[in-house]
Design a protein around this ligand. Structure first.
Ligand code: HEC
Ligand code: HEC
Ligand code: HEC
Ligand code: HEC
Length: 429
């Protein structure tokens, strides 16, 4: 054998070894061929072998250690003497005990945190009755088991008791992905039903992957008869349209007679989807076609060099470079955070000032009612104002971006709430 051939053989051998080595790396990830059943796919751990990068980030939603230098208004925890603690809203914002008086949110209300805690937090909340009396509907945005149960029992699932269905299975892959081809989907049937109203005005929801987020990051109430989750989108998604929906359906579970004023008020819940995409003032980012995933799930590159989407949902201000700098390179990372917090601080201060003003109005109306110093029609008018002002204020207060998702709309809504509170004060003072 001459030297040249020997050399070529040696090179081929090295090449073959390298190839085998590479293949071993690639083989670690199995090819996804679908799950045979929803039950199998409801176990998020079962997806790890096929999509390890997304799986590991999904697990990492349990991290509570956001750098307080990155975000002033976001994040799940507070730092007290360097220790991470859950944020107790009732201690931080005392006006909530007045605005929600007579409703469970005035007894227990913590700031939201990562998907890993969704189920645990609803199991531990001080807001709900005993397990046997809690409807399974409360699990709708907390557990992947809902997908299996809805398939099995249809709408009857929602009126089963909590104890019958709750297991240790927080929000996971099957909530947003089809079990056969892993495509992005909204599994809950109530999203499809809400879309049937065809009331979106600013954007076309057709085929959007962020409809998966609309399963949970939306305002909702229970259907009075079936306890099924209902999105109040009959007339549209703006705050006025949603209040019109409550006015037209009769009293639902999230409405209560306010303990201090006697007004019938409705509790709004986290309308991230609606504020971002819809409003009388439209929002620059939604207008450009961005969806939740563009900022909350930016593109990453895994060890093998493949692109995938970030699955550790948290404040985008912790990953500005991946989410914002493509468009805002001129501002730089610090500039993006500064400008974001400038729009947030305006909303944050206004929503808290109005929280105090609303609580002040509530106390005065309550006192006037007790003293009997108002005519029946004055009392009725003031209660109607309370209902409307509280709905507007709450819509922004419970939205989790402190106005960032649509700051012009958030300011418009709060300004309307303030005008109403002032009108109400004129009646009771
Ligand atoms: C243009 C970028 C962008 C888009 C698109 C976007 N968000 Fe956000 N989101 C943000 C920013 C910025 C914050 C504020 C984070 C902070 O205060 O640290 C935020 C905050 C949040 C929070 C609270 C996070 C926390 O740390 O408390 C949630 C929940 C959320 N967004 C959900 C959504 C949903 C659901 C959608 C789609 C309807 C969406 N976002 C679309 C940028 C975006
Ligand atoms: C099945 C319900 C469900 C779906 C689907 C869902 N979320 Fe959530 N999300 C929750 C719940 C519940 C919480 C709060 C958990 C807690 O506080 O225990 C939450 C919290 C968050 C937070 C706050 C995390 C933090 O650290 O404060 C962000 C950001 C977020 N979700 C983004 C999204 C985005 C983006 C989508 C769509 C791709 C989405 N979520 C889809 C239920 C859901
Ligand atoms: C809250 C909803 C949600 C959950 C939970 C979720 N995903 Fe995703 N996933 C998405 C969305 C939305 C996209 C598409 C993002 C885009 O279009 O940019 C996506 C994309 C993907 C993709 C396509 C490649 C990529 O990364 O873009 C895979 C694979 C995937 N997810 C796997 C998983 C696995 C595995 C889990 C569970 C460990 C999981 N996902 C949990 C919403 C979710
Ligand atoms: C697809 C492009 C695009 C992406 C991605 C994007 N933005 Fe924007 N953003 C814009 C445009 C366009 C405007 C309006 C024009 C302007 O102010 O430059 C804007 C405006 C803003 C403003 C208002 C600034 C002001 O002072 O009025 C803030 C704050 C902002 N973006 C923050 C963010 C953050 C935070 C992210 C990432 C989480 C982000 N943007 C992602 C395109 C984008």
């Amino acid at each position: 054998m001459n030297k040249k051939i020997l050399f070529l053989l040696a090179i081929s051998l090295v090449f073959a070894l390298v190839m085998v080595g590479c293949q071993e790396d690639v083989e670690e990830t199995e090819e996804f061929r679908g799950f045979d059943s929803l039950e199998e796919a409801a176990d998020s751990d079962a997806w790890e072998a096929y999509f390890p990068a997304q799986y590991q980030e999904w697990v990492a939603t349990e991290e509570m250690t956001i750098n307080p230098d990155d975000t002033t208004y976001g994040g799940a925890a507070m730092y007290v003497d360097g220790e991470v603690v859950k944020m107790d809203y009732l201690e931080i914002y005392p006006f909530l005990k007045t605005t929600y008086a007579g409703f469970p949110f005035s007894q227990s209300y913590y700031r939201s945190r990562g998907h890993a805690y969704a189920l645990q937090d609803v199991l531990e909340t001080g807001r709900l009755p005993d397990f046997d009396e809690r409807p399974a509907a409360c699990l709708s945005c907390k557990s992947t088991d809902v997908v299996v149960q809805e398939d099995k029992y249809g709408d009857d699932f929602y009126s089963k008791s909590f104890a019958e269905v709750s297991k240790d299975n927080t929000v996971g892959c099957l909530d947003c992905h089809d079990h056969e081809d892993a495509s992005v989907v909204a599994q809950r049937s109530y999203v499809g039903e809400a879309l049937d109203h065809d009331t979106f005005e600013n954007m076309n929801p057709e085929g959007r992957s962020d409809l998966s987020c609309a399963q949970c990051h939306v305002n909702y109430h229970f259907d009075p008869e079936t306890t099924k989750i209902t999105l109040p989108w009959t007339y549209g998604l703006t705050v006025e349209d949603q209040l019109a929906h409550y006015d037209s359906v009769g009293r639902v579970n999230d409405e209560w007679e306010h303990e201090i004023t006697g007004a019938l008020v409705a509790k709004v819940q986290h309308p991230e989807y609606e504020l971002f995409h819809e409003g009388l003032k439209t929002n620059v980012h939604s207008n450009m076609g961005l969806g939740c995933e563009d900022c909350h799930m930016p593109q990453q590159v895994d060890e093998a060099g493949n692109e995938y989407s970030f699955h550790q949902w948290t404040s985008p201000l912790t990953h500005v470079e991946d989410s914002c700098l493509d468009c805002h390179s001129g501002w730089g990372e610090d500039g993006v955070i500064e400008r974001t917090e400038a729009v947030q601080s305006e909303v944050y201060e206004k929503q808290n000032r109005l929280g105090d003003e609303l609580a002040g109005f509530i106390d005065k109306l309550g006192a006037a009612k007790d003293e009997g110093s108002l005519t029946d029609s004055e009392l009725e008018e003031a209660q109607a104002i309370h209902r409307e002002a509280q709905f507007y204020w709450d819509f922004v207060w419970v939205e989790n971006s402190n106005g960032f998702h649509n700051w012009e709309e958030a300011n418009r809504i709060l300004d309307n709430a303030e005008e109403l509170i002032n009108e109400g004060l004129e009646i009771v003072e």
